[in-house]
Design a protein around this ligand. Sequence first.
Ligand SMILES: [Zn+2]
Length: 180
Amino acid sequence: MTPRERLYCLIDRKRQACGLTPADIPVEPMALAAREGEALVIQLRPFSRRGLGGVLHKGPVSLITLNDRRGPEEMRFSLAHELIHYWCDDGRAAKAFSEWRANEGAAELLVPRAVFVPLAAGEALARRGGLRDLEGDAPWLTRAAALFGVTGAVVKYRLRSLGEDILFSISAVQAAPDVV
Ligand SMILES: [Zn+2]
């Protein structure tokens, strides 16, 4: 199993524990945080730097502090990102891998592959364009972002990180014989 598949399995289990399926969008990461009970406290504070989304302090009671100078979509992504750190980090992974995992996991939690791949493949097929065509289409990015409750940047990230899955889905449809 690849690191990505292992991560997606973990997120599936966390979703199921909240009675959610990938089709339940937009996802509210606060509901997943609440399931951690008293072991995890979430607080909002205005950070001096707007660019910083959140910080996790792990301990007997862990604390995620979110920067409330950011917009609601950014804060939801930051909470999802810190939740992945909370669930996965054990101090052994290299920093770059831990950050990739937190971003990829937050993206999967908020923009599930099972929903996004058919959506993007269907759109690319309908317009007979490629993925670059979707990446450059600001109105489509805005519509997709609103559907998942994320920023357009997260949708772009998803188009790139799931590019192979989307292309495979397109080619599977194109290879299917026409039904008359
Ligand atoms: Zn991080």
